[in-house]
Design a protein around this ligand. Sequence first.
Ligand code: ADP
Ligand code: MG
Length: 277
Amino acid sequence: MTSTELRSAAANTRSATIETSSAELVLDAVSKSYGDNLAVREVTARVPAGQVSVIVGPSGCGKSTLLRIISGLDTPTSGSVTFDGRPVNGVPEGLAMVFQDYSRSLFPWMRVERNIAFPLKHLPSGERKQRVREAIEAVGLAGKEKLYPWQMSGGMQQRVAIARALASHPRLLLMDEPYASVDAQTRAELEDLLLTIQARLGITVLVVTHDIDESVYLADRIIVLSTPPSVVAEVIDVNLPRPRDQVTTKEDPDFVELRAHVTTMLRSTDGRATESR
Ligand code: ADP
Ligand code: MG
């Protein structure tokens, strides 16, 4: 376990410290059937500690199913998941999840600070308050503590959801299409926020998306899923320099090539494994 310091991700806020550590996740031949429908067929993949891994694949290919299995909310029909060297049976300690639909993950009758504090009820009040303060600063929401979610834009609400995840000091952060419901500008800001926070905390991050640009922009490693019943079509290590930048990274010839490559992979009808790059 490593501990790192977080300097606030928001440029104009005070520095904050969030104790955290990272851990590796391994999927071993994970399959999932719903009745006769084989949704996921033997997905084997490694999500290295302290990196950003992205699962990309077409709609309906089993991305959310995989995240539910990883988070212990569902069980595989066969195969196994290990986190930090231990088999996942039930929600693992140190895991936090951010969903696409922030309007359903936040309580509309609670102010921002209470929404973030809600999962921390077991902690002494002093520590709870400190964690909430740090998480709010990390996502650049200082000054917005007293607002209700419905008084905020979609992007701000998703920041609240991210702050709530961070306040639990996760070692593994799972995100299911986290930015699919916000506009393009906000999406870019939230992508950068995630990368800043990840770099400072060293958390293991696994993002699910169907957006090819987003997958290449965020990832150290892309896990491309085929059409269902899904298998891993390819694992791509992305060595684009960090910190990444919405303009210069996306102009980088390596980015352009990777984007074309992933697009071609997803276009191929059965997506079955091809030569690794
Ligand atoms: P994705 O997130 O990639 O869009 P999902 O994981 O939501 O895909 O779904 C993969 C497949 O599994 C789909 O065919 C979907 O209909 C099916 N599926 C997902 N959840 C359930 C469920 N609870 N019961 C039955 N079928 C499901
Ligand atoms: Mg989904």
